[in-house]
Write a protein of this length. Structure first.
Length: 86
């Protein structure tokens, strides 16, 4: 049940990040779920580094969405750099 819950939360976080981030990313279902999961995991690591969370404690929902938006921004910059350079 833990994996299913991770996928559902990843989907919700990824969809919210895509809705709040301007532009079109052309990401499918799996990429959106992975975006949400990566945002949540990275938010947990950053939160532990800053002392917001203890080891084993999950990141907050809002922080996860904010980090997922940051990942979308980086993804857009990398993608734009690849298409413009060739």
């Amino acid at each position: 049940m833990g994996i299913l819950w991770t996928i559902v939360l990843g989907l919700v976080i990824g969809v919210l990040a895509k809705l709040l981030h301007p532009g079109k990313e052309n990401m499918g279902f799996i990429a959106t779920v992975l975006l949400g999961i990566a945002g949540s995991l990275l938010a947990g690591v950053i939160g532990q580094f800053l002392g917001w969370y203890q080891a084993g404690e999950g990141a907050g929902f809002i922080v996860s969405v904010v980090v997922a938006i940051l990942l979308l921004f980086i993804y857009g910059k990398v993608r734009a750099g690849q298409s413009g350079g060739s």
